[in-house]
Every structure is written in structure tokens, then in C-alpha cells.
Design a protein around this ligand. Structure first.
Ligand code: PCA
Length: 162
């Protein structure tokens, strides 16, 4: 089993949580709530309002999330779902449980992002229906062309700004 710390749409009551409960994808068991030990920028961006944890430690806030134990099948599913390593990149990072235990977990970071993402509002606890009003757009409702454009942030910027 592997530990994954989720901070965005995979959390409970968030738009993609169901994939963790679908046995076809493998097995995921909730372990604990936790927060990162280091600060990171958690932003919501693109026209689809996607949450991104930017891989830039010491900037932003300690991030709240949930740890799941997942089997290799679920980890492989999540890698494909999050388009690791072409979009999000899965990296090991230490997080702290509410009882102060520290555990090392996988996190899906954005390691390659446009500089202007650092000018966005930083969150500590993602909620797709939070007061920010930035409604998440499910990947099934996105323009299929954007998938390849996501892999090229310059194009995406042009598109978002036009
Ligand atoms: N899904 C992953 C990364 C960002 C997202 O929306 C997660 O919840 O951790």
C-alpha cells in the first residue's frame, strides 16, 4: 500500500472523490486528515478553475488535506487520472496528522507552471464550492483541445487571456 495526500478535488465532498470509492479503479482507504509541514501555494487557475499545489516550498500556507492508503492499482489509476507526470507530478512529501505524527505521502504537485500563477490567491483548504466562487469544471465538460494545451502553458495563457 502507498499513502497519498489529496488536497483538491479528490477530497471528501469534492467533485472527483468518487473515483477513490470505485472498486474498478483499485482500493483506497481513508487514513487521516493532515496538513503539509511546509508551506506551498495552493491556487485555483485556468478557465476550468482547477486546484493546483505549486511545487514551491516556503510560499503560501500549510495545506489541509486527507491521506488515503491506496493499492498499486489505485495509484496507477490516479497517475493516469491526474496525467502524471505530464501535468501533475507525483512527489513524496512529509505531512503531519492532527495527532502530530509525521508521515511521508505522495502528492500531485504542479512543478511546471507559468510565473503568473504565483500572483493568484493562495488557499490553505480547497473547497470547490467555497466563497471564492470559482466553480470547478469537470474534465468531461472541457474542450478536448485544451488537454494538449494544458501541456503547453504558453498556449494556455494566450487562450485564457484572449
Ligand atoms: N486532484 C488531486 C490534485 C489536485 C486535484 O484536484 C488532489 O485532490 O490532491
Amino acid at each position: 500500500m502507498e499513502k497519498v495526500f489529496v488536497y483538491g478535488t479528490l477530497k471528501r465532498n469534492q467533485p472527483n472523490h468518487d473515483v477513490l470509492n470505485d472498486g474498478k479503479n483499485g482500493k483506497a482507504t481513508f487514513l487521516a486528515e493532515a496538513n503539509t509541514i511546509q508551506k506551498y501555494p495552493l491556487v485555483i487557475s485556468t478557465k476550468y478553475n482547477i486546484p493546483f499545489l505549486l511545487h514551491k516550498a516556503s510560499t503560501g500556507h500549510l495545506i489541509n488535506g486527507e491521506i488515503y492508503n491506496v493499492d498499486t492499482k489505485m495509484l496507477a489509476f490516479l497517475d493516469e487520472f491526474e496525467n502524471h507526470p505530464n501535468f501533475y507530478v507525483r512527489q513524496k512529501t512529509c505531512v503531519k496528522l492532527t495527532n502530530d505524527d509525521i508521515v511521508e505521502c505522495w502528492i500531485y504537485f504542479l512543478t511546471n507552471y507559468p510565473d503568473n500563477f504565483l500572483q493568484l490567491k493562495y488557499f490553505s483548504d480547497y473547497d470547490s464550492s467555497g466563497t471564492h466562487g470559482l466553480a470547478y469544471v469537470s474534465r468531461y465538460l472541457r474542450d478536448p483541445q485544451d488537454v494538449s494545451q494544458f501541456l503547453n502553458w504558453n498556449n494556455l495563457n494566450k487562450k485564457v487571456c484572449s
